[in-house]
Design a protein around this ligand. Sequence first.
Ligand code: NAD
Ligand code: WQD
Length: 334
Amino acid sequence: MILVTGGTGYLGSHAAVALATAGRELVIVDNLCNSSASVIGRLKRLCACDVQFIQGDVRDTALLSEIFLGHDISAVMHFAGLKAVGESTEMPVDYFDNNVNGTIQLLVAMRRAKIKTLVFSSSATVYGDPATLPITEDCPFAPTSPYGRSKVFIEEILADLHRAEPDWRIARLRYFNPVGAHESGLIGEDPAGIPNNLMPYVAQVALGSRNAVNVFGTDYPTRDGTGVRDYIHVMDLAEGHVAALDHLEQAGGLLTVNLGTGQGHSVLEVVKAFERASNRPIPCLAAPRRKGDVAQYWADPSLANTLLHWQAGRNLQQMCADTWRWQLNMADTS
Ligand code: NAD
Ligand code: WQD
């Protein structure tokens, strides 16, 4: 059985589906600080199996020890954490407490229970503004926010742990820009308030709940002047986790891999693809560059391709179509 921390959140819920599809049993722990327990019912439908849910905080070592005692858990996928870059600059201590301390408490409980297999949610944000493209895993750490630094600190802690106790099996997965939703339209990303990220914002403009997309920067040295990112479908990302877990179980070790497509898309390309998917016009307004943004980055995913035998298969059009289906479903049920 796999423990999925943060499993009612955006990425964790999709990983739960991918795990169940691969025939794995799972239990979710989440404190619901950025998600709702209502996702559990939908997960049960999608997984066609029981999905156990425990409401709690990963910083609660006693609770984690209890979970490990009461369930036959062999590995942990650790998604729980705070992820808003801007917010992290305003409340850095909360970010370090939740992300770094949360991971430490999890490791303490895992160690006590002799569970030593962990898949960790890291981020391309650890690279900052890369000197060369595409980004390979040996590019240096250069985070530009407390959020990014929290991921670097955790990665370093995991490497030290593995150095000291090589029987741990650890994957540090560096995600690029996860977008999209499960193709059923039953689960997806549901950000509270004004979305920070491009895809959910574009979806709300298509729906008519926002007027126009503010395009942050139209004078970048990119093909159309707007920022370029490596968007990856959330189900490809989820399947990458299952591949990483399989690899760890067979080969062990400390694994550090990028999960991306290797292809960059500009803001305007995303908007155009979403117009096609939704068949609705999406007005855009040129806006100043957003502080802290870089012009462009995309992954070199070849290590994940060769080592994990995993490759992102869904294209930008599918990412937009699945986001749109989810957005329409949410609008119907709200
Ligand atoms: P999310 O906010 O949707 O999910 C995180 C979940 O963790 C939420 O359900 C939240 O309630 C829960 N949580 C937070 N702190 C907790 C705690 N202390 N104890 C228990 N539960 C807690 O975010 P997401 O997009 O699904 O991201 C999942 C992980 O992936 C995060 O670690 C994030 O930093 C990382 N990541 C996300 C992205 C992205 O663009 N979404 C990119 C790179 C890395
Ligand atoms: C994408 C592009 C914006 C909104 C963030 C985190 C990163 C990772 C993934 C966690 C950029 C432009 C955006 C809008 C716009 N998360 N944009 N108008 O900033 O690449 O990455 O999410 O680890 O750490 O920083 O993603 O979706 O916010 O932006 O023009 O309303 O869209 O400037 O070029 P980002 P994003």
